[in-house]
Design a protein around this ligand. Structure first.
Ligand code: 9MR
Length: 446
């Protein structure tokens, strides 16, 4: 086992070599192993991460736009050009030209590409919504196969399914959900793995940045996929923030709990409305959050300049309308150049704890067994929150305290099982009447 600092030094040397080989601009070697980078992409590369942006094909010919893109970023996401309506406006008739321009621009300059997005209810041509189940399944299959084959081996990560959940954690009633049922997400991921075995396959959504009903539902889905071997490699957190939807205080804990399921996490559409120091501080904190989650492998901002943002009045990006670097830019660059952070590719991942539940249900009653597992650092006390379905009542529990007998319940560790070594587990249980299935336990370390 090599030491953390030696690993970090070796990593930095490797990353610098890789950045040089990729032709990434902006790495300045100061002396010995000390270095600082002067662009977002190069600074992120020093931390083993990418820094990307959404781009629009129709702006690539503008010199300011292309200059900032080429200098600052190491990854791109086509903002609209890979959506279903752009690629397959009529059934079976594909138009790859605009997205091809972005992919060749990026790959010709050593940038990676995020594919966005294969299965989404929005920007869906009308003909898809009119299909019956049999035709929709074959259209979805063909769309995934054709699109992924076209760029096979060229896409770092695909958003296979986008925005399939509602805020309350239920499934969004898209044509896919309505005609194909709950299994459509799993079907899409299995098709995607078969179509391009080398692309990372992501589920991507918004308002899932903190722990809430929606992110709990996505978490339960990813947990289920991992337990059954459904292929999924990453979860995208869009991270569109503003006054109504601020950076959540449990952002890091939320990303870490997903990472602890064994998937990469990516910040995929970052923008933060505001200006000046307040905006800069938010961008800094988001950047530090990613750097402090070992499997947070990269950040993508949702556009280069405020001028072309989908929310131009919110001035939510790092460059102003004249391509001037904003305070937010400097905050992100400094954060990327900051101190030691968790490397993205080494288990065990994250700190804190995770919880899984196994429920034995019979007619009229149930026993739940909850397994609490520590992350990369030791846990010295934990609590697990879960919500039982209505009608379920707990009559007995063991190896934990409990705050209530029904509804939202918080279990705390007992005196003897609060301390858990890194990567180790402990269990507690409860018995109740009614139906106790379908709960999602959320663990917090104290
Ligand atoms: O930024 C995109 C904008 O140009 C489009 O008009 C809009 C149409 O749906 O989509 C925007 O991008 C969305 C992304 O694809 C998915 N997450 C939300 C983004 C902002 O709406």
């Amino acid at each position: 086992m090599i030491s953390r600092s030696l690993r970090a030094t070796t990593r930095k040397a490797l990353v610098l070599a890789a950045a040089g080989a990729m032709g990434l601009a902006g790495v300045v070697v100061l002396s010995g192993t000390a270095s600082a980078a002067t662009t977002l992409g190069a600074s992120a590369a020093e931390k083993g991460r990418y820094f990307g942006t959404a781009v629009a094909a129709n702006h690539l010919g503008e010199s300011d736009y292309a200059n900032v893109l080429n200098t600052e970023f190491s990854s791109v996401t086509p903002e609209n050009e890979m959506k279903w309506d752009a690629l397959e406006p009529n059934r079976g008739s594909f138009n790859f030209a605009n997205a091809d321009r972005i992919v060749s621009h990026a790959r010709g300059r050593g940038m990676s590409v995020r594919g966005h997005t294969l299965v989404w209810h929005s920007q869906l041509p009308g003909w898809v919504g009119g299909l019956d189940a049999t035709n929709l399944r074959s259209a979805m299959t063909n769309h995934i196969n054709q699109v992924m084959a076209h760029w096979r081996g060229q896409i770092h990560s695909w958003d296979v399914v986008n925005e399939a959940f509602e805020e309350n954690g239920s499934r969004r009633q898209s044509p896919f959900q309505q005609r194909l049922g709950n299994g459509f997400i799993e079907e899409a991921f299995r098709l995607a793995r078969a179509a391009d075995a080398n692309a990372k396959l992501c589920y991507n959504d918004y308002n899932t940045d903190g722990q809430n009903a929606k992110s709990n539902a996505v978490y339960a889905m990813v947990q289920d996929f991992k337990s059954r071997g459904v292929p999924i490699d990453c979860v995208g957190f869009q991270s569109h923030f503003n006054a109504q939807s601020p950076v959540p205080s449990d952002y890091r804990a939320n990303l870490a709990r997903f990472a602890n399921l064994g998937v990469d996490v990516q910040i995929t559409e970052l923008d933060i409305e505001g200006s000046g120091t307040a905006q800069a501080n938010n961008f800094r904190s988001v950047t530090e959050t990613c750097l402090n989650v070992s499997r947070c492998t990269g950040i993508t901002v949702w556009g280069i300049t405020d001028k072309y943002s989908w929310r131009p009045n919110g001035t939510p990006l790092l460059f102003d309308s004249n391509y001037g670097k904003k305070a937010a830019y400097t905050a992100v660059l400094n954060a990327l150049n900051g101190g030691e952070t968790d490397p993205p590719d080494e288990p065990p991942t994250g700190s804190g704890c995770t919880a899984t539940v196994s429920t034995n249900q019979w007619q009229g009653g149930f026993v739940g067994t909850v397994k609490v597992t520590a992350g990369a650092t030791a846990v010295n006390g934990w609590a697990v929150a879960l919500t039982l379905p209505s009608g379920a009542v707990i009559v007995n529990s063991w190896n934990a305290s409990r705050s209530a007998n029904s509804g939202a319940i918080r279990f705390g560790n007992a005196a003897h099982n609060g301390a858990i070594a890194p990567g180790q587990s402990t269990e507690f249980g409860y018995q109740g009447t009614g139906t106790g299935t379908g709960v999602t336990p959320v663990c917090t370390a104290s």
